[in-house]
Design a protein. Structure first.
Length: 710
């Protein structure tokens, strides 16, 4: 009865609780703002008013950015008048963040660039880090990537000194985004992978999908379209209910762009349209423009030219309004290519010119500054020359004799200067010759040292090759030792079990029988451990053979084997295998993975009479490739404090384990061999769930290791 009551009223209760929490938070926020506004309207102390204005701006930040901008700017103005540097720093940081959130990147840069030196002088490290992050983002959106990298690396140094892994991961992701915008996709992948390793250590499930999206977009531009599509679909798979709208927009965009390059045009249009629709609904101008560019390319490929022109025009309007330089470059390039293909060479030339001008805009700005400086200097010299010539004309008549005398004196001085100059030139030439000889001597010494270094490097390379060969030989010997030792021990074990079985038939003494049964069980357990060690050896040394995997056949074979070993009579087993779950992989390794997970669930089932024990096996297809296997049970549960340690060798989750904690290690080893991922979850109902994500085709183990190392 109580279970029925809980099931019926669970959802309404959760909704009521959530609404109450939101109302409580909202009421608290209103109460804080009311208190601040009361101080603002009643206080006559300028210092109190200034601090209150900044605090109100901070409270509005991220909820009402325009109001945050208004109050923070008033606080900054008053702090500047009063000369309070500390409040100036905080007010400037809040104002810069509010401007950046409203896509006013140029104004944000002006405010923060002026206040960063003030923050450095006062050693305001916390505010300085936040300022550097906002500056880096603002310069990124303005396609000023050198400045963006400069501020990002300054922030990274500060965060690494503190050792805050969460903040380090944010900065690593931002650096990856800058390299992505610079079309340096290999470096972008490097920083995204480093970020992913940190997030996996922190178990930050909220941000991991975003990194998979960024990885997918990087793989797109490296022409690895299948891997890009897999990363985007994996991001959606991991999203759950905690992904932001922008994460979902980017995931759909990644699926759409990869489908476009794979010539799946209808699929590309479907995902890009979904991404654009969500971007419009959430008023995200950047991703509206990004999606419109690729929708235009897709429309051209589908020969819907009128729609393509509309999409490119809308993308250009958005990019111009918000200063998205890189998107404008992409739009101009698409227009130029389209009109050239249409043989409209006048428009093609027009957009080609805009494309070149925009691409070279940073250089153009520096060139304009240099030209302006040259013109200014020239104007100044010309004015001076004009004034001088007029003075000469005025004084010409009266000072003619003096001028002739001066010319004669100057001629004499000129001859003297020439003689002195000639002597100086000879001395300088002598010194130059001396310096040249010194440089040549130093170059000779450097060449000799370089040759010595080359010889030393060659020696070290040979030594390293020898060490690598020795390590390989040791690993081979270790594998051979495990294999031979396992087989050598099995013979005596078999003899021991045989003698135990004979003794059990002949001995009648109860105590002796009990000892013999325990000895037989111990021998059987040791035999099982040796078998699993041999399996680990086989997995590590096997070569993958690809076959189309029949999940249904494998699961049925495993369950039949478990029935032969003896299933608990009160354990209810259900299976669901999606017919669309098709992958190409190594059949034996897939079987080892599923067999260990199913055997693990049966072994640790709940034998209490008050519990209806069950095990559910679900295998479903993943969107755009791959499959996911889930084994859910209501067994005795996992007592291990850290679930990640369960997959280590000789780690035991329960005293029932009779294999010394090797089963889950075998599962993890086999899964990684075929490029998959295994994990443990606790369902909302409190059940235990082991899951395995199988890729469409195996990825090399070396690539996975590189991904973890970053």
């Amino acid at each position: 009865m109580y279970q029925f009551f809980f099931k019926v009223f669970k959802l309404p209760f959760m909704i009521f609780t959530f609404i109450a929490w939101v109302n409580c938070s909202f009421a608290q926020e209103i109460q804080v703002l009311d208190s601040l506004f009361n101080v603002l309207h009643t206080s006559k102390n300028e210092e109190a008013i200034m601090k209150t204005q900044v605090q109100i701006g901070w409270e509005y930040l991220a909820n009402k950015d325009s109001l945050a901008e208004f109050y923070a700017s008033k606080g900054l103005k008053l702090a500047t008048q009063l000369g309070d540097s500390i409040v100036m720093i905080r007010a400037g940081r809040v104002l810069g963040s509010a401007l950046q959130r409203q896509n006013k990147a140029h104004q944000a840069i002006e405010v923060l660039t002026a206040l960063v030196p003030v923050a450095r002088r006062h050693n305001s490290k916390d505010e300085l880090k936040k300022m550097l992050n906002v500056l880096a983002l603002a310069h990124t959106f303005r396609a000023e990537y050198d400045k963006a990298l400069e501020y990002n690396f300054q922030s990274l140094v500060m965060r690494e000194a503190e050792g805050n892994k969460t903040q380090i991961s944010i900065t690593l992701n931002n650096i990856g985004l800058v390299y992505f915008k610079l079309h340096n996709y290999n470096d972008a992948l490097k920083y995204f992978h480093q970020c992913l390793v940190l997030l996996e250590e922190l178990n930050d499930t909220n941000r991991i999908p975003t990194i998979h999206v960024n990885l997918g977009l990087s793989y797109l531009h490296l022409y690895k379209f299948k891997e890009a599509k897999f990363q985007a679909s994996l991001a959606l798979e991991l999203c759950g209910s905690y992904c932001s709208d922008e994460d979902i927009i980017m995931s759909w965009f990644g699926l759409g762009e990869s489908s476009y390059w794979l010539k799946e045009l209808d699929t590309a249009k479907k995902y890009l349209s979904k991404s654009l629709e969500l971007a419009r609904r959430t008023n995200n101008p950047r991703w509206k423009a990004e999606n419109l560019v690729y929708l235009g390319q897709t429309s051209i490929a589908l020969e819907d030219h009128s729609t393509a022109i509309k999409e490119f025009n809308e993308a250009e309007q958005i990019a111009t309004a918000f200063g998205y330089s890189q998107i404008l470059i992409d739009v101009y390039k698409q227009f130029s290519d389209f009109y050239r293909e249409s043989k409209d060479y006048e428009r093609a030339s027009y957009y080609q010119g805009k494309y070149i001008t925009k691409s070279d805009s940073l250089i153009g700005r520096e060139l304009a500054k240099s030209i302006g400086k040259i013109e200014s200097n020239y104007d100044q010299k010309e004015n001076i020359a004009t004034i001088a010539s007029k003075e000469v004309v005025i004084r010409q008549q009266t000072d003619l004799n003096i001028a002739i005398f001066a010319l004669a004196m100057l001629a004499g001085l000129f001859v003297l200067v020439l003689q002195l100059g000639n002597r100086n030139i000879k001395r300088v030439n002598a010194k130059l010759s001396e310096a040249k000889e010194i440089i040549q001597r130093q170059n000779g010494e450097l060449e000799y040292k370089n040759r010595e270094l080359d010889i030393e490097v060659d020696k070290k390379t040979i030594d390293l090759a020898r060490v690598n060969q020795s390590l390989k030989q040791v690993n081979d010997e270790l594998d051979n030792f495990i294999y031979k030792t396992s087989h050598d021990i099995r013979g005596p074990l078999a003899s021991l079990k045989g003698m135990c079985n004979v003794a059990l038939m002949d001995v009648t003494d109860p105590i002796a029988l009990d000892y013999l049964r325990k000895l037989d069980a111990t021998a059987e357990r040791l035999n099982s451990i040796l078998t699993r060690l041999v399996i680990i050896n086989q997995i590590n040394n096997s070569k993958l053979s690809l076959d189309r995997i029949d999940f249904k056949g494998i699961v049925n074979d495993v369950l039949l084997l478990e029935k032969k070993k003896g299933l608990p009579p009160d354990l209810r087993i259900t299976t669901f295998i999606d017919p669309k779950a098709e992958i190409e992989s190594d059949k034996e390794l897939v079987r080892i993975v599923l067999e260990n997970l199913i055997d693990n669930a049966i072994k640790f089932y709940n034998d209490s009479e008050r519990v209806d024990s069950f095990m559910n096996i679900h295998i479903t297809s993943m969107e755009n490739g791959g499959a996911k296997a889930r084994v859910i049970d209501n067994g005795i549960g996992i007592s291990e404090a850290s679930p990640g340690k369960l997959f280590q060798m000789f780690s035991r989750a329960s005293e029932r384990s009779d294999t010394g904690g090797i089963g889950l290690y075998i599962t993890k080893t086999a899964t990684e061999k075929i490029g998959g991922r295994v994990g443990l979850l606790t369902t909302p109902e409190g059940f235990t769930e082991f899951y395995v994500v199988f890729p469409p085709t195996p990825y090399p183990t070396e690539a996975l290791r590189e991904r973890r190392v970053g």
